[in-house]
Design a protein around this ligand. Structure first.
Ligand SMILES: [Zn+2]
Length: 251
């Protein structure tokens, strides 16, 4: 069993449902045509049946990603193995992360901040998925910054800020978000180069779900071909039962 990411009674996202059978395929289908942001929310809501889409979209990125880590743990176990290619020599650099540890780090970094600006108290909060989607739709980087400033600060109209103060607020927002990123560096055993890694749980979980869905589709195909059973009947079986029949089909 995985250990819960959120303390008792403090989980804003509801109970986790492990994605398997029809729920796994439905999630894969829904996510296939999505953007990275919509995919993150679709996976989260699929794994948390009581979480409304609008509430998921309003979760800060840190809390959203902590919840995605927990979803990953419920399906694939408490440790996550991944790899990247070394930028310098192409060697495969493998790493393992404990999802509960990273989720706890993200939760600790999920804080609002305040700053004094010309005698005015300004409140800053971490961006959520809606903020990021709106910023991504902006025409250029400057416009994207304006979107984030307007959405994530309270107490001042960002459009009226002089440039120096605007830069100071942006820098503070950036520092808040950097603290909630999953980043570390790896040394290459072949060429000794060090490489900075930025780990994105949403895209990693999506790759794992896609892989698991394709394996499940292969199993359904093989069993339907051999026995003539309906897809729904095969998906409703436990993984153990499917595996037992597949063993017989394969001799
Ligand atoms: Zn290398």
């Amino acid at each position: 069993m995985h250990s819960p990411v959120f303390p008792d009674g403090a989980d804003p996202t509801g109970a986790v449902r492990t994605l398997s059978g029809e729920a796994l395929l439905a999630t894969w289908e829904r996510c296939s045509a999505g953007t990275p942001s919509s995919r993150a929310l679709a996976m989260l809501c699929a794994g948390r049946p009581t979480l409304a889409h609008a509430d998921a979209a309003a979760l800060s990125l840190a809390t959203r990603d902590a919840a995605l880590l927990e979803l990953h743990a419920s399906k694939f176990g408490p440790d996550l193995s991944a790899f990247v290619a070394c930028d310098a020599c192409g060697e495969r650099l493998e790493f393992e992360l404990r999802t509960a540890d990273i989720a706890a780090t993200l939760q600790a970094a999920d804080v609002s901040d305040t700053m004094m600006l010309d005698g005015v108290m300004l409140r800053l909060r971490m961006a959520n998925t809606i903020d990021i989607a709106e910023a991504a739709a902006a025409s250029d980087l400057e416009a994207a910054h304006d979107v984030l400033l307007a959405r994530c600060t309270e107490g001042v109209n960002p459009a009226e800020l002089p440039d120096a103060l605007r830069d100071a607020v942006l820098a503070r927002l950036e520092a808040m978000h950097e603290a909630a990123e999953i980043s570390f560096s790896l040394g290459c055993p072949a060429c000794a180069a060090r490489q900075a890694i930025q780990f994105d749980i949403a895209s990693f979980l999506w790759a794992e779900i896609r892989h698991a869905a394709r394996n499940l589709l292969d199993d359904v195909h093989e069993l339907a071909w051999a026995y003539g059973w309906a897809e729904s009947a095969i998906l409703a079986m436990s993984p153990q039962r499917r595996a037992a029949y597949l063993e017989r089909v394969r001799g």
